[in-house]
Design a protein around this ligand. Structure first.
Ligand code: FCA
Length: 359
């Protein structure tokens, strides 16, 4: 398994293990390292016994995402396109907001002659249906970000590139605690609103990680209030936090976090609606791609920062891996997980530039 996770010891910030040496994705800025990182996707891979497919130039693949409105997925698409262009392959980008559209999209891809696809599914429970449809159409498949479930269990036979969710949650919890301690708020007047979406494993593990780290750093568990978002968008997290604020008028200072930037942004909007400001609330997102307008605002809001993850690597490396699998018969690593680093108003522009993700 090529993994950046607790099993190997936490290797954040953003590194890719490769033959005992570590490559920082800062190198994505450099053309030379782009190819090195492309290679990293296939390190530890084995050649399949059977005949390999055609040249990369005759390869067509799909890249299907559940929420194309999220800049996270737009960034993945952007770097997937770059990778496909470098390889001379054809990339078809499709939005799949629900199960029906997902299954129809796979049929359409097959009809277009696509030999495989990368997918972030709108519902992980669709895993068996999607995998069956891919197999029926003789298409190769790599999941990105959200891992398929079958009867509640991860489909470990499907190749996956995702995030080391619990570790990323720890980075968020650490940032919340560090920033809170700087402020010297009266401890008995502070609480944490954690926006949860437990239906999705990567979301559940991230918020569990936040809570774990906060409590490890001395934040009282009794003051950590979880609140579930019904939908993974700003209205969903706004409603979840608004409900909590109604229940806890006694709290004078809030920490707010969730599984991604959108979860935290909705919470921040709800806090602002109740008169909280950057002086009385601290919000930390995850993704680092969907909060840039917020961080660019002239006047600071309670949205303090985010954990920047590797949307660029996810888009680029899944695409390279899939094209190579189809054209050369090189099977990618079964599982790979990436990490994240804190960005704030003070340094987000530089850090995104360093990671080749500034637009
Ligand atoms: C999930 C979330 C996205 C992003 C991705 C890595 O799919 O919905 O916002 O965090 O994981």
């Amino acid at each position: 398994m090529s993994v950046i996770s607790d099993k190997d010891g936490l290797r954040l910030p953003l590194e890719i293990p490769m033959n005992n040496s570590k490559f920082s994705v800062f190198g994505l800025l450099k053309p030379l390292l782009i190819s090195v990182i492309g290679l990293a996707a296939v390190v530890g891979c084995k050649k399949e016994g059977g005949a390999a497919g055609a040249n990369a130039s005759s390869v067509t693949i799909g890249y299907l995402v559940k929420q194309p409105d999220e800049p996270w997925f737009q960034t993945e698409w952007q770097f997937a396109q770059k990778a496909a262009d470098e390889k001379g392959a054809k990339l078809i980008k499709l939005a799949v907001p629900d199960g029906e559209k997902t299954l129809a999209a796979i049929d359409n891809l097959a009809a277009s002659g696509a030999q495989g696809f990368v997918i972030c599914t709108p519902d992980v429970r669709l895993g068996p249906a999607i995998a069956a449809k891919a197999a029926a159409n003789n298409m190769k498949l790599i999941t990105v970000d959200d891992q398929f479930l079958s009867d509640g269990k991860v489909m470990a036979d499907v190749h996956h590139l995702g995030v080391a969710a619990r570790e990323v949650g720890h980075v968020s919890g650490q940032a919340l605690s560090d920033e809170m301690k700087k402020r010297n708020w009266p401890a008995d007047q502070v609480a944490a609103a954690i926006v949860t979406f437990k239906e999705l494993d990567t979301a559940r593990e991230r918020t569990e990680g936040i809570v774990e780290k906060l409590t490890e750093l001395g934040f009282p568990k009794t003051k950590i209030y979880e609140t579930a978002q019904k939908t993974t968008d700003i209205p969903g997290s706004f409603d979840a936090v608004n409900f909590l604020l109604t229940q806890h008028p006694e709290v004078k200072y809030w920490l707010v976090a969730g599984m991604n930037d959108t979860a935290t942004l909705g919470g921040v909007r709800a806090l602002e609606g109740r008169g909280f400001t950057d002086k009385t609330a601290i919000g930390i997102g995850i993704n680092g791609t969907d909060c840039l307008d917020e961080l660019k605002k002239t006047n600071p809001t309670p949205f303090f920062g985010s954990i920047l993850m590797e949307a660029n690597v996810h888009g680029h490396d899944t695409t390279v891996a899939l094209i190579d699998w189809i054209s050369k018969g090189t099977e990618p690593a079964k599982e790979r997980f990436t990490g994240g680093v804190l960005i704030t108003r003070a340094d987000f522009e530089q850090k995104l530039k360093d990671h080749g993700m500034w637009r």
